[in-house]
Design a protein around this ligand. Structure first.
Ligand code: SF4
Ligand code: SF4
Length: 97
């Protein structure tokens, strides 16, 4: 689960009310966004995700009738962007904080 993080850089446990640990704090700020209306459910992104967290959502259909890709566990994402690079329709945006 993503946490709402302050816009200023983390200054550590004494200054940041949401401090967890610097490593975990950075990791929790990663974001992967799939444009579900552009996605055609081809599954290419799922095949390259090293953490196996990019999956096809079989319970959802987009306007074109495809099952879109989604991230099953964002906390495991390392923001490698392999999914975004692989997507032929540029439907994925990866943000690393
Ligand atoms: S950025 Fe990397 S780890 Fe995260 S969902 Fe995409 S392929 Fe998987
Ligand atoms: S590679 Fe792109 S179009 Fe294919 S399932 Fe993933 S997000 Fe959808």
């Amino acid at each position: 689960m993503l946490k709402d993080l302050p816009s200023a850089p983390c200054k550590g446990p004494l200054a940041c009310p949401q401090y967890i640990s610097r490593r975990k704090h950075i990791r929790m700020a990663n974001r992967v966004t799939v444009n579900e209306q552009v996605c055609k459910g081809c599954g290419l992104c799922t095949s390259v995700c090293p953490k196996k967290i990019m999956v096809i959502d079989r319970d959802k259909l987009n306007a074109k009738g495809y099952n879109p890709a989604t991230v099953s566990n964002i906390e495991l994402c390392i923001a490698c962007a392999m999914c975004a690079i692989m997507c032929p329709d540029s439907a994925i945006k990866v943000e690393k904080e």
